[in-house]
Write a protein that binds this ligand. Structure first.
Ligand SMILES: [Zn+2]
Length: 267
């Protein structure tokens, strides 16, 4: 029906734009080798990069208890401070610690609000690991009945799919996992096992130990890239001693600094 073409300017416009598209593709050199992009100077301005180190738990609700009865919060605070010092000495002047107070649940929402109002580029939440109660064994430490489990050890990294910056969070988690591995540290494998029951998580990166944990408030409620690091197990008697040492804290600090540098440069 040729009459349709004659009387339809819209169809003519579509046809003309198809022709011009075709011409543009014809001009594209097929199979040509693209030259490598010129080196772009790093966009990372360390003095402006805003990193929050979230100290897990509070003095009132201190999280896990170590094999030698030291609260997890003490370990978290000490390690976070050491990482903060290292980052600042490397020029990341806007690194800050987020220490919250009060009972567990409200403190979680308080920290998410503080993070969202901060304009941060990245959040790393610092924790130390334990085991489900059913794995605990008894021993006596300095005359006090205490609990331990030497069954598992290692660090682990968690990201939440409910964080709107999930992919960026995962990218940073992988960078950090790579650096932890390069320090000779092993990740905790048990989270992928059925024996963990409701604590079982999906392993997203089996080379460097990144797990998916959607419901963690500090990850799911924040609108900036956020990763939670379980730096090591303090219910494991040997690893507790390692985590208390400045050597181990410096290894983890070096891993974080390396990963933050890479993350900042690659944004
Ligand atoms: Zn914790």
């Amino acid at each position: 029906m040729p009459g349709v073409w004659r009387h339809s300017p819209i169809i003519m416009i579509i046809l003309l734009s198809l022709v011009s598209l075709d011409t543009r593709y014809a001009a594209w050199p097929r199979g040509s080798v693209r030259t490598a992009p010129k080196a772009v100077p790093s966009k990372c301005d360390r003095s402006k990069f805003k990193l929050i180190l979230d100290v897990g738990h509070t003095a009132d609700a201190p999280g896990a208890r170590s094999a030698r009865n030291i609260p997890e919060f003490d370990f978290n605070l000490r390690l976070a401070k050491r990482i903060e010092d290292k980052l600042k000495s490397e020029g990341f002047a806007q690194t800050s610690l987020l220490v919250t107070e009060g009972p567990k649940r409200p403190s979680l929402f308080k920290r998410a609000t503080a993070i969202n109002n901060s304009g941060a580029d990245l959040v790393l939440s610092i924790h130390h690991d334990s085991v489900p109660d059913s794995f605990l064994e008894e021993w006596e430490f300095e005359g006090t009945k205490s609990h331990f489990s030497d069954r598992f050890s290692g660090y682990s990294l968690f990201v939440s799919h409910d964080n709107p910056k999930f992919w960026t969070s995962l990218r940073f988690a992988r960078l950090l996992g790579n650096r932890m591995k390069a320090q000779g540290l092993q990740y905790a494998r048990q989270y992928a096992l059925a024996l963990m029951g409701r604590y079982r998580r999906k392993l997203l990166d089996k080379k460097v130990g990144v797990y998916r944990y959607d419901q963690l408030v500090v990850l799911m409620r924040t609108r900036v890239p956020a990763v939670l690091l379980e730096a090591g197990s303090i219910i494991n008697r040997d690893e507790e001693l390692a985590m208390a040492s400045t050597e181990r804290q410096d290894m983890i600090g070096a891993a974080v600094v390396g990963a933050v540098k890479e993350f900042c440069a690659s944004r």
